[in-house]
Design a protein around this ligand. Structure first.
Ligand SMILES: Cc1cc2nc3c(=O)[nH]c(=O)nc-3n(C[C@H](O)[C@H](O)[C@H](O)COP(=O)(O)OP(=O)(O)OC[C@H]3O[C@@H](n4cnc5c(N)ncnc54)[C@H](O)[C@@H]3O)c2cc1C
Length: 403
């Protein structure tokens, strides 16, 4: 029996372990926390379920949605976001919506700026990218201070890659729903995704509470805190790629978050389909989530979580050309049969959907087998080409059935 060592027990690690185990591999997951799930683990406070930061499922792939839903039933819901603009003394929809513009204090100026936006030039940096799309006034209201706060930076010119922030249609029209046409939802069970991680690992050896600090890439082995060494035929890592490689090329920067959990004495705080709000100004927090609006937990009071930018943990990679180049160099250092996947393993903003696909991709590379073509379902948020493709396929199937 071939052995796989898997570092990290989030979506990437547990899904890969499950897929390999079904093919006869002996898998061991080594996880630094005393629980599985990584950032998507559900915890409880006063009976209320919550995660650290909202982990709503959103994506565009029918196949990935069906996969997850077959293990943990996902409740789909409409999804709206609000941004608080302090100088306007009110919330507006986000993505910026055309119906809100007449309600803004300097709407004449904003309209003039929108009319003269020039999208033909390739922007040099994140600031130019946004000003080209929406003009300086809307950029200042919705993006400028928010982005500096979120990333703890002095200038938005720091970022020279901005696809992750891509809003092909910067000013929304029609309904105020965000990520229109995608799958948006959250598990029905009160413990969220937790049972997914349990089902993925029911036949897997788990070593919890083990913070892996020493990895031998040549040997595909790890040294545990009790001094023992575990060796695999392959090693799948979902821990930060620079950490995996013992920081040989230097440490990669990350933004993190501190989270404050609080309960308010009212049944519902946010209106309608609004499930979280962004704060774009000098407030020390970036986002507040009302968890009942995601989990559908029933109670007389409501739990909210506020997020404060910090360097306390590694949650958001700083996507600059320089950092991406270092990541490529790190990935090139990896010998055969070592796979670095997941959000931290690839230093990408991967969503739950994209992370699950990465596990299928690793499985295909390791075994040479494809499961329903799942490894090809990777695409960016806002990239609706897959949606269009799946609609085309559905129409073709219906036509075949009719024919
Ligand atoms: C605040 C926030 C909100 C998000 N919201 C959404 C959302 O709404 N929708 C969505 O689709 N995606 C969201 N995401 C992204 C989503 O959470 C990730 O795609 C997903 O969790 C990635 O899974 P993973 O297994 O790659 O990483 P993780 O879940 O981070 O798992 C990595 C695991 O490795 C363990 N580990 C790390 N270092 C070591 C070590 N040295 N030794 C042993 N174990 C180690 C960690 O403890 C962790 O359990 C969000 C991300 C953040 C940060």
């Amino acid at each position: 029996m071939k052995k796989a060592l898997i570092l990290g027990g989030g979506f990437a690690g547990t899904t890969t372990a499950y897929l390999l185990e079904r093919e006869g591999w002996e898998c061991t997951i080594l996880e630094k926390e005393d629980h599985l799930g990584g950032g998507c683990r559900t915890f409880f406070y006063g009976g209320h379920p919550f995660t650290y930061g909202p982990r709503v499922y959103y994506g565009y792939s029918d196949k990935v949605f069906r996969w997850l839903d077959s293990f943990v039933n996902i409740r789909r819901f409409p999804f709206e976001l609000l941004s608080y603009i302090e100088e306007e003394q009110r919330f507006f929809s986000y993505p910026i919506h055309e119906a809100d513009i007449p309600k803004m204090k300097n709407c004449d100026q904003i309209i003039k700026e929108l009319e003269s936006c020039d999208n033909s030039k390739e922007p040099k940096d994140f600031e130019e990218y946004w000003i080209n799309k929406v003009g300086p006034s809307l950029y200042n209201m919705f993006v400028n201070q928010y982005s500096k706060k979120m990333w703890m930076i002095d200038s938005n010119k720091t970022f020279d890659i901005f696809k992750w922030s891509a809003k092909d249609k910067p000013i929304e029209t029609g309904s105020k729903e965000a990520y229109k046409g995608s799958y948006i939802g959250y598990p029905v069970p009160i413990d969220g995704y937790n049972s997914y991680f349990d089902q993925m690992t029911s036949n897997i050896k788990l070593v919890l509470g083990e913070n892996i600090k020493q990895v031998s890439l040549e040997d595909k082995s790890v040294k545990l805190t009790d001094g023992t060494t575990l060796k695999g035929d392959i090693l799948i890592s979902t821990i930060p790629v620079d950490e995996l490689c013992a920081y040989q090329l230097g440490e990669l920067p990350y933004a993190g978050r501190d989270f404050q959990v609080f309960v308010l004495p009212c049944k519902q705080v946010f209106p309608g389909d609004v499930r979280f709000c962004h704060y774009t100004g000098k407030e020390p927090y970036t986002r507040i989530t009302e968890f009942k609006k995601i989990t559908y937990y029933e109670a007389e009071d409501s739990l909210l979580v506020a997020e404060f930018p910090s360097h306390a943990n590694k949650l958001y990679p700083y996507l600059t050309k320089k950092n991406v180049k270092i990541v490529d160099q790190y990935l090139n250092l990896l010998p055969e049969n070592i796979f670095s996947i997941g959000r931290l393993g690839t230093y990408k903003y991967s969503t739950i959907e994209q992370t699950i696909v990465q596990a299928f991709d690793a499985f295909a590379k390791i075994t040479g087998k494809s499961l329903d073509g799942m490894e090809d379902e990777f695409f960016g948020i806002g990239d609706t080409s897959l949606l269009t493709k799946s609609r085309r396929e559905n129409t073709a199937t219906k036509e075949r059935v009719r024919g």
